[in-house]
Design a protein around this ligand. Structure first.
Ligand code: 5AD
Ligand code: SF4
Length: 441
C-alpha cells in the first residue's frame, strides 16, 4: 500500500538534494511524495540552522503539525532532519516531545531503520551521529525529477569562518570518490537529465585521487547527454588555476559562478577568518572574466558583523560597485550559538544592520536590474523544464539562472533551446525561440 510522504525543505540546495534522497530511501517502504502535510503519513522537516530566523521557523511549523495530526485523528510520523536537528536534537525533543524522529544530515540512509524503530518504540528516535560510513554508499540510485538535477559531490567544511555553523552541523570536509560521482551523473543522464549542478558546502575544495574540481567538471561534461554544468557553492580560497581554466575550456560549464565574498573590508574579512582579502577577490573576479568573458558573478554578503564600522561597510559598497554582481543574497549578521563571532564585543545594533542591509540591497538590486536589461536583444540558451502559466508557454533558466518564459514553443519540455531575450518582466525574462539545439535523450 502506498503511504504519503511530505518533505518540507528549508535553506540551501544541499538540503534540496538531501530531501530528494530521503524520498529515494523511503520509496522501497511504500512512501510516495505528496505536496502538503494534510494527507501525509509521514512529514519530514529538512531544516536550516544558518541564521536564527531559519532555525525558529522549525518550532512554529512543528506546532502546526501537532495540531494537524490531532485534528485529523490519523497517524502521522513527524521527523526533523537537517542542520537544526544536528545542532539542537536534544532541544527539539525537549521543546517538541511529540516529534517521532530526529536525524542529522549524515544519517538519513538509516531512515528505514528509524521508521521501524519509531513504530515499535512509541518514543522518539534520535540519530545525530557522524557515522564512519558515508551515507552515499547506502543510498539507492537517484530518481531524476525533470531535466535539471543536483548531484552532491562534497560535504562539510574545514574553513571555520567565525560566523558560520556549517563546520559544526555538517562536519569536516568530505569528498565523494570520482567514480561514484560519475556513476550517479551517468545514471541521471540516462534518465533524461541534461543539466547537472555539482553541489558542496565547499564544492571547489572537492578532491579525489589527485583530481580537483576542474578535472571532475571535464569528465562530467564528457558524459553523453549532459550539456549544461554548474557547481555551487565555492570558496575564493579554493579557486585553483585548473578550475579557472575549466571556465575557458568547457563549453558546458555555464558562465555563472556563485562566489561568496561576505564583506569588502580587509579588517572584517580577517575577523571573519575568511582567509582572503579584497584584492585577492578582485583579482580572482578579473581572472575568471578573462577565462570566460561572458561570465557573471553571484555572491553572498553579511552586514553588521561584530565591529563593522561605517568605513568597513563603505568598503563593501565600493567592491560591489567595482565588480558588479548579477544575483546576490545579503543578510544581517545573526549571532549563532557556539560560533566564535557570537561572543565578540562590539555587536552592531539592529537598526544599524537594517540601514546597511537596505543600502546594500538597493545597490545590488540596481545591478541585477541593469544586467537583466542588458540581456534584451541577446541570444542565449534556456533549458525549458517547466510549463508556464499560459497554455503553450514553457519556462526555464538562462545560463545566468534567470527564469525565462517562451510562448508557443511547442513540445520542447526538457530541451535546451536557443532564444532571444525580448522583454524584462518583474520576476522573469520573456524570450522568443530561435531553434532547437539538443533533444532530450
Ligand atoms: N549570519 C548571517 N548570515 C550568515 N551566513 C552564514 N552564517 C551567517 C550568520 N551567522 C550567510 C553567509 C553564507 C550564506 C549561506 O549565509 O553569507 O554565505
Ligand atoms: Fe561556513 Fe565559511 Fe565554511 Fe562557507 S566556508 S560553510 S561560510 S565556515
Amino acid at each position: 500500500m502506498t503511504k504519503k510522504l511530505f518533505v518540507k525543505t528549508y535553506g540551501c540546495q544541499m538540503n534540496v538534494y538531501d530531501s530528494a534522497r530521503m524520498a529515494d530511501v523511503l520509496a522501497p517502504l511504500g512512501y510516495a511524495p505528496t505536496d502538503g502535510p494534510e494527507q501525509a503519513d509521514m512529514v519530514i522537516l529538512n531544516t536550516c540552522h544558518i541564521r536564527e530566523k531559519a532555525s525558529e521557523k522549525v518550532f512554529s511549523e512543528l506546532g502546526r503539525l501537532r495540531l494537524l495530526r490531532a485534528e485529523r485523528g490519523q497517524p502521522m510520523i513527524i521527523a526533523v532532519a537537517g542542520c537544526v536537528a544536528q545542532a539542537e536534537g536534544e532541544e527539539i525533543l525537549r521543546r517538541a516531545p511529540f516529534v517521532d524522529i530526529v536525524l542529522g544530515p549524515q544519517t538519513y540512509h538509516r531512515l528505514p531503520e528509524m521508521v521501524a524503530q519509531a513504530a515499535r518504540a512509541g518514543g522518539a528516535v534520535l540519530d545525530t551521529e557522524f557515522p564512519p560510513e558515508p551515507k552515499f554508499d547506502f543510498l539507492p540510485a537517484p530518481q531524476a525529477d525533470g531535466a535539471a538535477a543536483f548531484l552532491s559531490v562534497q560535504e562539510g567544511c574545514d574553513k571555520f569562518c567565525t560566523f558560520c555553523v556549517v563546520p559544526y552541523t555538517r562536519g569536516g570536509e568530505y569528498s565523494r570518490p570520482a567514480s561514484a560521482i560519475l556513476d550517479e551523473a551517468r545514471e541521471l543522464a540516462r534518465q533524461g537529465v541534461v543539466e547537472l549542478t555539482l553541489l558542496g558546502q565547499n564544492v571547489n575544495a572537492w578532491t579525489s585521487d589527485g583530481w580537483g574540481l576542474g578535472r571532475l567538471i571535464r569528465e562530467v561534461a564528457a558524459i553523453d547527454g549532459i550539456s549544461r554544468l554548474r557547481y555551487t557553492t565555492s570558496h575564493p580560497r579554493d579557486m585553483d588555476d585548473d578550475l579557472i581554466l575549466a571556465h575557458a575550456e568547457v563549453d558546458a560549464l555555464m558562465p555563472f559562478l556563485h562566489l561568496p565574498l561576505q564583506s569588502g573590508s580587509n579588517r572584517i574579512l580577517e575577523a571573519m577568518n575568511r582567509r582572503h582579502d579584497r584584492d585577492t577577490y578582485l583579482r580572482l573576479a578579473e581572472r575568471l572574466k578573462i577565462a570566460r568573458p561572458d561570465l557573471a558573478l553571484a555572491s553572498d554578503f553579511i552586514v553588521g558583523f561584530p565591529g563593522e564600522t561605517d568605513a568597513d561597510f563603505a568598503d563593501t559598497l565600493d567592491i560591489v560597485r567595482r565588480i558588479g554582481f548579477v544575483q546576490t543574497y545579503s543578510f544581517k549578521y545573526s549571532a549563532r550559538p557556539g560560533t566564535p563571532a557570537a561572543n565578540l564585543p562590539n555587536q552592531v545594533p539592529e537598526p544599524v544592520k537594517e540601514e546597511r542591509l537596505a543600502e546594500l540591497q538597493a545597490l545590488l538590486l540596481e545591478q541585477t536590474k541593469a544586467f537583466n536589461q542588458a540581456c534584451v536583444g541577446k541570444r542565449m540558451s534556456v533549458l525549458l523544464d517547466r510549463p508556464g502559466r499560459r497554455p503553450g508557454q514553457l519556462v526555464g533558466r538562462s545560463p545566468y539562472m534567470q527564469p525565462v518564459h517562451v510562448d508557443d514553443v511547442g513540445d520542447r519540455r526538457g530541451q535546451v533551446v536557443e532564444v532571444e531575450i525580448a522583454e524584462v518582466h518583474p520576476n522573469s525574462l520573456k524570450a522568443v525561440a530561435i531553434a532547437a539545439e539538443r533533444k532530450r535523450a
